[in-house]
Ligand binder design. Structure first.
Ligand SMILES: Nc1nc2c(ncn2[C@@H]2O[C@H](COP(=O)(O)OP(=O)(O)O)[C@@H](O)[C@H]2O)c(=O)[nH]1
Ligand SMILES: [Mg+2]
Length: 436
């Protein structure tokens, strides 16, 4: 029926060790998986580490289809229960999303106090750890409560059987009414979080409207978590967004101004990273943050070229971009971290991806070319104009310098004559001064 394999990575805990939770990872190899199992488990291990626990063992099973009751086979579940005892495991982490009943069945098999969670719960946990703004925290709480709602039954059933010693008949009744109370409470919480988020989304929309109205060209950085998005916005704009070798170090979107060499200003927005099997509740909860991507003029899809999984990571990112309806926005693939590759590998990548950009946010290599590319992209939708601006309209001249691409400029008797490319929003404003 199945193939058992256990990898014990570390010995039993000694008393002197610092008390980090000890985790066991469970992966299931099924036909049609998009990622190699070992790669996805390695990523799960990094997620566990980011959440603050140690992976002490991993176990995998090959299955044609998940078991509806316990996800893995019952024999495997028993084996895991034994492993938890032998290795003093606190936490069993499944790489796949478990149904609420699978989760509660598995918790029964492994026995208290071992917790059984899935990748989704783990990611929610990390998001909760790293959310720093009010909006970010609310988005995470929304996703957590939506995840919790269908799982309340199992949780309460466990509490009911543990805490109530009363008569057989009474237990279920009391448990059930308490369950209803809990559900109502969670639903109420969800409604109130949504209301608060809607308010913040309005505020964000107003800010974004401001940016739209300014006619500034908007670039959004999207990409797999840890690809180097925050490092790249720092390199491009000289800001200092937290860049950290952790998954999901930054959740909140940050917008910075970038002054192009020709003087024109554009905006660059750093956004939350993506990951394979990104929980849909998170995508929905982070809707307003992700709107920063779907509302941009250009997406830079940042790829960690040094990762062995970069092709699968590109697919995972494209999938989320599809979910947020960003597929119609032009995008440039930016291969980052080329300082970690040898010349030949970079040249081979370049040959295969002639439209991509190749940079190192760390060393600065390729950044000038990328900026040149941004200049051309920003100018592509512009209208070529020759204008003559009278000297008493000095503010218009400085506006033109900040917002348009200037080709030539000369001072004549009647005013400043400028050849320029103007973004759509400024064409009508400049029309009265047009001389060609
Ligand atoms: N060697 C190298 N490391 C990089 C480069 N860009 C980013 N990193 C590192 O990759 C890790 C993740 O970067 P970060 O900007 O936080 O990624 P994000 O999750 O996409 O925002 C950090 O440890 C960075 O220092 C690069 O061009 N070269
Ligand atoms: Mg980041």
């Amino acid at each position: 029926m199945s193939e058992f394999e256990s990898v014990i990575e570390r010995g039993p805990r000694t008393r002197l060790e610092e008390r980090r939770e000890r985790a066991l990872l469970v992966g299931v190899d099924r036909p049609g998986l998009s990622w190699p199992l070992q790669a996805t488990l390695a990523e799960l291990e990094r997620l566990v580490d980011t959440a603050g626990a140690d992976v002490v063992a991993k176990t995998t099973q090959r299955l044609d289809a998940p078991n509806p009751k316990t996800f893995i086979g019952s024999g495997k579940a028993e084996e895991i229960a034994q492993l938890c005892k032998d290795q003093e495991i606190d936490l069993v982490v499944f790489d796949d999303e478990l149904t609420p009943s699978q989760q509660s069945n598995l918790e029964k098999v492994v026995g208290k106090p071992v917790k059984v969670i899935d990748r989704t719960a783990l990611i929610l946990d990390i998001f909760a750890l790293h959310a720093s703004t009010k909006e970010g925290r609310l988005q995470v709480r929304l996703a957590q409560n939506q995840y919790l709602l269908p799982r309340l039954r199992g949780m309460w059933a466990h509490l009911a059987s543990n805490r109530m010693g009363g008569g057989v008949g009474s237990r279920f009744g009391e448990g059930e009414s308490q369950l209803e109370v809990d559900r109502r409470m969670v639903r109420k919480r969800i409604t109130s979080i949504k209301r608060e988020l809607a308010h913040l989304a309005d505020v964000r929309a107003v800010q974004r409207e401001g940016r739209y109205a300014s006619g500034m060209f908007k670039v959004a950085l999207a990409g797999y978590t840890n690809a180097g998005k925050s490092s790249l916005i720092n390199r491009l704009t000289g800001s200092d967004v937290l860049a950290w070798d952790k998954l999901f170090a930054t959740l909140d979107s940050t917008t910075r101004r970038l002054v192009l060499p020709e003087g024109r200003q554009i905006t660059v927005t750093d956004t939350v990273g993506f990951i394979q099997k990104l929980p849909t509740t998170l995508v929905e909860s982070f809707k307003s943050t992700l709107d920063e991507i779907s509302g941009s003029d250009l997406i830079l899809h940042v790829v960690d070229a040094s990762s062995e999984e970069f092709l699968d990571q590109i697919d995972a990112v494209e999938e989320v971009l599809g979910q947020i309806e960003a597929h119609s926005i032009p995008r440039i693939v930016v291969f980052n971290k080329i300082d970690l590759l040898d010349r030949q590998t970079v040249e081979a990548l370049r040959a295969r991806n002639p439209h991509a950009q190749f940079v190192s946010a760390q060393t600065g290599e390729g950044i000038d070319e990328l900026i040149g590319h941004l200049s051309r992209a920003a100018a592509a939708a512009d209208t070529a104009m020759d204008v003559l601006i009278p000297y008493d309209k000095g503010s218009l001249v400085s506006m033109v310098h900040e917002r348009c691409r200037i080709i030539g400029e000369e001072h004549t008797e009647t005013g400043t004559r400028i050849s320029l490319f103007a973004p759509a929003t400024y064409v009508s404003q400049l029309e009265p001064f047009r001389i060609s």
